[in-house]
Design a protein around this ligand. Structure first.
Ligand SMILES: [Zn+2]
Ligand SMILES: [Zn+2]
Length: 294
């Protein structure tokens, strides 16, 4: 039956099956717009604050510690923002899927916070972070398969010197994968909307930090027994610059366990975080004195 239909007809009938179309009919223009605004504002606010603080305010003073001692081009910012807005649209669609379609009855989402209490609320937040960390690592590695990379992940890797605006700069297909963590998690973990909102805030903050271009963890934390397990901006910046290794998101467990930590990670972390990191802010010397050779 579906073979005879064009893609739009098939897509529409699929939407009808999961009830998405009825959502749009029932709530008119407003529910999706509200959800979109929440995702959009969350991204713009967090990335915007980071961009202002590190890329505008006191930038000359901060430049000696920049991970890659040059700034992205204006066109890079534009591409990152454009694709991130697309990601906000995908996040909006997935949010509507979870809460306003027939999918809802398969989930373990709950309405009353008191049903599970605050201790569980905190536990489920932490569980969600670890769940997402594993989900991200393995989907990320899958998207580095040559057959998937060009279609899904190349857009994100166009930012070889990422800025905070790259936090959500995904091809729509990758955005679906990234957004997929919540509908998957809520099938197994009872989650309140507040927990999900706190998680989404944590996710954008950590994502912006990962793409910041500056390291915030102090020197030697890569050798600290606890801090060494947290993923760092240096780590993700290296992933963007060199394309291989350092696939993790919040933690470095999976990279360590799967032996995908870059061999030069500790050396670069030390060089960036130690006071005399060995290159000048002088524009003429920036390329030759880069701490990370291109
Ligand atoms: Zn990647
Ligand atoms: Zn990235």
């Amino acid at each position: 039956m579906q073979a005879a239909q064009g893609y739009p007809t098939f897509a529409l009938s699929s939407l009808k099956k999961i009830g998405m179309q009825s959502v749009f009919q029932q709530y008119g223009n407003w529910s999706w717009l509200l959800v979109l605004l929440v995702h959009f504002v969350r991204y713009t606010l967090i990335a915007g604050i980071a961009f202002f603080v590190w890329y505008v305010w006191k930038r000359p003073e901060r430049m000696p510690r920049k991970i890659q001692p040059r700034l992205p081009k204006l066109s890079d910012y534009g591409r990152e923002v454009l694709y991130s807005f697309g990601t906000a649209v995908v996040f909006m669609l997935v949010t509507l899927l979870i809460y306003q379609t027939g999918f809802k009855k398969y989930t373990l989402g709950y309405r009353n916070w008191s049903d599970y209490g605050t201790a569980y609320g905190i536990f489920s937040f932490v569980a969600l972070v670890f769940f997402h960390d594993a989900y991200f690592y393995w989907t990320h590695r899958a998207m580095h398969h040559p057959k998937l990379f060009k279609i899904m992940h190349l857009v994100h890797h166009k930012s070889t010197n990422p800025s905070p605006w790259a936090a959500y700069a995904f091809h729509p297909l990758e955005a679906i994968v990234e957004a997929g963590v919540i509908p998957l998690a809520i099938l197994f973990i009872p989650l309140h909307i507040y927990t999900i909102m706190a998680f989404l805030l944590f996710m954008i903050v950590y994502n912006v930090y990962g793409h910041l271009g500056w390291e915030l963890f102090p020197a030697h934390s890569n050798r600290h027994p606890v801090l060494r397990w947290f993923n760092t901006s240096v780590s993700h910046n290296q992933h963007h610059q060199f394309f291989t290794g350092n696939y993790g998101l919040y933690f470095r467990f999976w990279d360590e366990w799967m032996h995908t930590t870059r061999a030069d990670y500790d050396r670069q972390f030390d060089r960036i975080t130690e006071k005399n990191i060995g290159y000048s802010t002088n524009a003429g010397n920036q390329n030759t004195a880069s701490p990370i050779q291109r």
